[in-house]
Write a protein that binds this ligand. Structure first.
Ligand code: BDR
Ligand code: CA
Length: 314
């Protein structure tokens, strides 16, 4: 069974990914660590506990992490996820409490005690992970692989003209993680937007009817699909973090990916937070590329949605 830690800025699509992980028989979640991003870190922590409550399986510890990006403040995404990050629905309060240990300390302690077999999935800004890497590099090098929801490959609709939210929210942290030396898979924003990956109006309703947990997974995303209706004129639901979790659990769901030397733009007047995916060296370069990542740009949409539905339905 694969052992995982998920680092999350728990807003509404994170919540679905957390539920999927807790209901996935092929993994054991050792911990959830939280970070500021979609919403402030206190609310993200509460939302993670609430997701555990509604997953209705086992209860991994939840550790609260860093409250702000490394260098510059960043806006949250309440216009996409609601004031509480969970669609402002008013779900019941979780029974579980957060742990007193800090997320960064917990990451270092748990990974340090492992045998190099604990994988990391990140579905928020990379602040906690970067700080843990700076604080305990030998320990963090034990991580065999990181699956990151982040980055944009420029052929769709990132959050700014150049950047996807998780990277844009803390580009300095993302740059540290990319340069650190642990190989990673980056599931880009496009992967949840193309090839039928968004849930249709009908699929949202079908899923909502599949039990309390599935209804929670849809209803907490109501701000997101209402926004889609306002912007596109029809209701649909893009779920970047669940797509990322699905790809982690079942790589056969990947339709298009490529190896790259990935960097994050930390400066730039308009381009801070841009992910730069280098696929081949220029004719002027002598050094070979240092491939550090696999970039996922497309999944098999119907297969991903079936995988997700099977995990969250009762
Ligand atoms: C990412 O930002 C947030 O809106 C989602 O939770 C996801 O992690 C997508 O760009
Ligand atoms: Ca997220």
């Amino acid at each position: 069974m694969r052992k995982i830690i998920i680092d999350t800025d728990t807003g509404s699509d994170d919540a679905v990914a957390l539920v999927m992980a807790l209901r996935d028989p092929s993994v054991r979640v050792l911990a959830f660590t939280t970070v500021s991003g979609n919403i402030n870190v206190d609310q993200a922590t509460y939302n993670a506990l609430q997701s555990i409550e509604y997953a209705n399986t086992y209860k991994p510890p939840v550790y609260k992490g860093i409250a702000r990006p490394l260098c510059f403040e960043s806006e949250n995404a309440s216009q996409v996820h609601g004031i509480d990050g969970m669609g402002d629905v008013g779900f019941r309060a979780p029974t579980q409490k957060e742990e007193s240990e800090h997320a960064v300390d917990a990451l270092i302690r748990i990974i340090g005690a492992g045998e190099g077999d604990i994988e990391l999935i990140t579905i928020g800004p990379l602040t906690n992970i970067a700080v843990a890497m700076l604080q305990a590099p030998e320990v963090m090098r034990k991580i065999p692989h990181i699956t990151i929801m982040g980055g944009a490959n420029f052929f769709s609709n990132p959050h700014t003209p150049c950047a996807e939210f998780n990277i844009m929210a803390d580009p300095d942290a993302a740059a540290i993680v990319c340069n650190f030396g642990v190989p990673f898979t980056m599931v880009t924003l496009e992967a949840c937007q193309v090839n039928g990956a968004p849930l249709t109006d009908e699929e949202i309703d079908q899923t909502r009817a599949a039990g309390e947990t599935a209804a929670f997974c849809m209803d907490c995303n109501c701000t997101t699909y209402d926004l889609a209706e306002k912007v596109y004129g029809y209701r649909e639901l893009e779920l970047p973090d669940p797509v990322t979790y699905a790809v982690f659990s079942n790589p056969d769901l990947i339709k298009t990916s490529f190896p790259a030397e990935t960097h994050v733009e930390r400066g730039g007047t308009f381009t801070r937070g841009t992910t730069v995916f280098r696929k081949k060296k220029t004719i002027f370069e002598e050094r070979d590329l240092k491939i550090n990542s696999t970039i996922v740009t497309e999944v098999y949409g119907q297969a991903y949605k079936a995988f997700q539905y099977d995990l969250i339905k009762d």
